[in-house]
Design a protein around this ligand. Sequence first.
Ligand code: GAR
Length: 188
Amino acid sequence: MKNIVLFASGNGSNAEEIIRYFKNNNEGVVVAIFSNKADAKVLERAKNHNIPSVVFSKTQLNDGFVLEQLHQFQPDLIVLAGFLLKFPESILKVYPKVINIHPALLPKYGGKGMYGMNVHQAVLENKEKETGITIHYVNEHYDEGEFIFQNSVNIEDCNTAEEIAHKIHELEHQYFPEVIAGILTRNS
Ligand code: GAR
């Protein structure tokens, strides 16, 4: 059984889907949730599932505190599920297996500032006919690591960024846990 550590900054609907999925899958288990927001809903979700959480500041992400905290959970895989800060190279050097989910079809709509609703707003303004999700390995550059999985959805019937976000969340919840399980199986 592999140890999964989740990083999330906000609502945590993806985190919750992953937690639920691995309650019924022996490949992995979610051992901790790390968040840079003390009032993030994801922390409430962690508590409801009796999963330990660690809250940290942006400074602590980079000064060794988070790395130190990670050691006690011995992560085999780190999953960024709605984590909105840049993941530090200093942690990647010690734990290179880190994946991220991005709410668009990278390389489109990626890079600094492109997260959450900003992405959907840009997709809407550009009158895209489709958008999607990208699950990728994390490297030292924003949204540029090797792709693992992509899936797209038609958004011609969407008139607001919120409607696009809803469709994207459905895709994420459908595929993200399975893709994580696939990674754990391949690397065992
Ligand atoms: C998700 O749509 C995820 O793809 C996105 O944040 C949302 C978090 O939702 N991540 C990024 O934009 C990273 N660049 P959630 O908190 O409900 O899981």
